[in-house]
Design a protein around this ligand. Structure first.
Ligand code: FES
Length: 114
């Protein structure tokens, strides 16, 4: 099996258990990196309800991130909205841990494989 192209975000040690950290993709878009009991998840950083950064304003409660603006919630593993006023899911990324680094599969290159 061929590994997909990867984008490195940060070291695994940079995201302690129960914490959220920001990351930036090569195109400049921001992501939020979560450590849920040792399992890493990556979603888009901006809340789908408004211009709130989940990595800066959000609170991780188990596997749920709560937005700091209006307290909407999302499941960080699936991106699904879990509490109003949020209704639209967050974009989620496929996470790969490689050499102690948190990476995601490069979504742009994966889309080029059609
Ligand atoms: S901006 Fe996130 S809940 Fe409103």
């Amino acid at each position: 099996m061929i590994s997909p192209p990867l984008i490195k975000l940060c070291a695994l040690d940079d995201v302690p258990v129960g914490e959220i950290r920001p990351g930036v993709l090569p195109d400049g878009s921001k992501v939020a990196i979560y450590n849920v009991e040792g399992r890493i998840h990556v979603t888009a950083d901006e809340c789908t309800h408004g211009a709130s950064s989940l990595s800066e304003e959000g609170t991780l409660i188990g596997g749920i991130v709560e937005c700091g603006f209006h307290f909407g919630r999302f499941d960080v593993a699936t991106g699904q909205a879990k509490a109003m006023p949020c209704e639209v899911a967050l974009k989620c990324y496929e996470v790969v841990i490689a050499g102690g680094e948190i990476c995601i599969a490069d979504p742009a290159r994966l889309e080029d494989k059609t």
